[in-house]
Design a protein around this ligand. Structure first.
Ligand code: RUQ
Ligand code: CUA
Length: 664
């Protein structure tokens, strides 16, 4: 396939984007070698070697697979409600999804980054971005629970995010859409983009003991679209690199108008210096509004706080903090080699891959080898920063990861392949077809100082014909390659949930032994906990009824409740008093306009129910917990609004019929 350089060159490439099935090899089966099955086979009862965390894209969730089997182990809800376990539906978890716009039940989750210590994955947390309503989340890898979500002001389309520094000092988030800052009048003509819009980068500090995130400061930059980023490491420690497109600063038909310039930029930020400046009191306080939501594993409850101030630094006011490096053409991926010396920009519309040298960037800055400025930010001469170009790598380079042998692997969206090349001499060493257009790829540790060299996974778009058809909506696909030899070898296809974008993986041993088995009931400090059946009760407070309930195999206490009236707000606070691994109980109420609860041993969760009619309403455990699970149920009697039926509750004893109790 050839890219024709005409005035309409871009359109030729776009035509290729849609005609990509032409690239499909005739005999797909031949791409898989004979021993592939043995290489990805994990026998029943055996564990996988790696945890693979995969972004869910428009599902808003993160999925966890085992590698090399491709078995789906868990879906962790982050930005989207999950009726399967009540996330976002229980009273305790609703605040996690609060924002300055109120509760939002969904987002678009693209990138994940595992926490690191000294550039190696430490297995403590994984960070996730929300692309639509800008937020960053932290998932605790001892519980696989979303522990925290922080909203980002001055941002819109949090795509270049969340990428971390090599000791997890900061999580960094660049806005995809430039917009007028939150404290400025946003009610301006759209075509005043150049004057009124700004591109903001957020630096979120991470407490090294408990992981708590705070917006340390924001850097206001010229209006462009920040696409991806990665931290410097090793020699480039203290720096951060962002790919930006739309350096044309177009505000309409970006497909054409943001594809005009031959080169856009990689923006280099010396974050260490920025952090020092902020510490020294630089920057201005801006009033904003954003939510900071934290989940407490002792109360099993999230709280949401609206914060009202950030420190903003204007990149243009601090010479020597930010530099632009020209990068062909509409760069997407921005990846840094394990030593930190090489920065790879992947221009979606470029026919080569530029590799920049950190050392040469330093020299260029020293020599003032600049080609003017971009909105006041010095632009380093392309040649002065360039280490070299990977020639004829394929079409549509998107993302690059690294192995432990000095090689890089880049996905080619348009020519549907993964291309392996040597980081030192920039020679293409191997290419493997993918089915079909790969977006991200992932090597365990492939963006850290210590990559591995055994497996690579490509996350593909447009998976036409790879799996049995399921109507118009097809499964998304991941493909696992063995990269231990000179040639990449396809060993497994497996479908994924949502649309996978970036992913991470780490040796199972880093995470497995820290996994929490159950919550200690004596440590449960939920205000509505019942630590034993004797502590259960039903309490009316005005039109609110609080049911303090326990669940243990195979009954709920209380299981007969009377005195509830139409229009009451009934809160079932259910504590699972089991103290054993793998014994959750579920809880559901007929007609309740919410999802079930799935309550882990030692945990308390609350379901809200507003009865809308008189009658008998069953509730039951939804998780098949024992042979007598079907018996784990009860009844709530609903009387008319204003009725005198007193509150009563019991389990295993029939109370006197309340109808015989004289009403007051
Ligand atoms: S993206 S397919 Cu990370 Cu949203 Cu590149
Ligand atoms: Cu508890 Cu079924």
């Amino acid at each position: 396939m050839k890219v024709f350089k005409t005035n309409a060159g871009i359109l030729v490439i776009f035509a290729l984007l849609f005609g990509l099935n032409a690239c499909k090899p005739k005999n797909v089966g031949s791409a898989v070698s004979g021993d592939a099955a043995a290489k990805s086979y994990v026998a029943p009862g055996k564990y996988d070697e790696y945890y693979n965390f995969v972004s869910g894209g428009f599902s808003g969730q993160m999925s966890v697979y085992g590698l090399p089997s491709g078995r789906l182990l868990r879906v962790v809800p982050i930005f989207s409600v999950n009726p399967e376990n009540g996330y976002g539906y229980s009273e305790e978890t609703k605040p996690m999804l609060n924002t300055s716009h109120g509760v939002i039940p969904w987002d678009d989750q693209h990138h994940l980054d595992l926490s690191q210590t000294d550039g190696s994955i430490d297995g403590r947390w994984i960070f996730a971005n929300a692309n639509n309503t800008p937020r960053v989340a932290r998932v605790d890898l001892t519980t696989f629970h979303t522990a925290e979500i922080i909203e980002l002001p001055n941002s819109a389309g949090n795509h270049s995010s969340p990428f971390i520094t090599e000791n997890t000092e900061y999580v960094i988030a660049g806005t995809r859409f430039s917009v007028p800052p939150d404290d400025k009048n946003g009610d301006v003509p759209i075509n005043t983009y150049k004057e009124n819009f700004k591109g903001t980068i957020s630096f979120i500090s991470v407490d090294k003991d408990n992981g708590n995130m705070d917006i340390a400061f924001q850097l206001q930059c010229p209006p462009v679209n920040f696409d991806l980023s990665h931290a410097g490491k090793g020699v480039s420690s203290g720096w951060f690199f962002f790919s930006c497109y739309n350096s044309e600063q177009a505000n309409t038909l970006l497909e054409v108008n943001a594809s005009k310039r031959d080169k856009d930029f990689i923006m280099a930020v010396i974050w260490k210096k920025a952090a020092e400046l902020v510490k020294a009191g630089k920057g201005r306080k801006q009033s904003v509004k954003y939510a900071s939501n934290r989940y407490d594993e002792k109360t099993h409850t999230a709280t949401s706080t609206i914060r009202t101030e950030v420190t903003v630094m204007d990149a243009m006011d601090f010479p020597g903090l930010v530099y632009m490096i020209p990068c062909p053409k509409s760069p997407h991926g921005c990846d840094v080699s394990p030593t930190g010396e090489y920065i790879v920009g992947s221009g979606k519309l470029a026919a080569l891959i530029p590799v920049f040298s950190f050392e040469k960037i330093q020299k260029a800055i020293e020599d003032k080898s600049f080609a003017g400025d971009y909105n006041g930010i010095p632009v380093i001469n392309y040649e002065a920063a360039l280490y070299g170009e990977v020639k004829k790598p394929g079409l549509g380079p998107l993302h690059t990861e690294f192995d432990d042998k000095g090689n890089a692997y880049t996905t080619m969206f348009v020519s549907s392949e993964v291309v392996k090349w040597n980081v030192k001499d920039l020679k293409v060493l191997d290419r493997a077809p993918t089915y079909y257009s790969p977006g991200h790829l992932m090597i365990p540790g492939g963006d850290t100082k210590k990559p591995t060299g055994k497996y690579l996974v490509a996350y593909n778009k447009i998976t036409k014909d790879r799996f049995l058809p399921t109507g118009p909506e097809l499964a998304q696909s991941a493909q696992l390659f063995d990269i231990s030899g000179d040639k990449m070898q396809l060993i497994l296809d497996y479908p994924t949930i949502g649309e996978p974008h970036y992913a991470q993986a780490v040796a199972a041993s880093v995470i497995r032994d820290n996994s929490v088995k159950f919550f200690k009931i004596e440590e449960n400090s939920n205000p509505y906990v019942s630590k034993g059946e004797g502590a259960t009760k039903v309490v009316r407070e005005g039109n609110k009824v609080h049911v303090y309930m326990t669940a243990i195999r195979s009954h709920l206490t209380p299981d007969n409740i009377e005195g509830i009236r139409v229009g009451d707000e009934v809160y079932f606070h259910v504590t699972n008093i089991e103290q054993d691994w793998d014994v959750p109980h579920g809880f559901a109420v007929k007609g309740a306009a919410t999802a079930e609860l799935l309550i882990m041993p030692g945990e308390t969760a609350t379901l809200k129910w507003v009865p809308d009619r008189v009658g008998m309403v069953p509730f039951y455990c939804t998780d098949f917990c024992s042979a007598l699970h079907q018996e784990m149920s009860g009844y709530a009697r609903v009387s008319p609004a204003g009725s005198n039926t007193p509150i009563s509750f019991s389990t295993g004893t029939n109370l006197p019929k309340s109808d015989s109790i004289p009403s007051k």
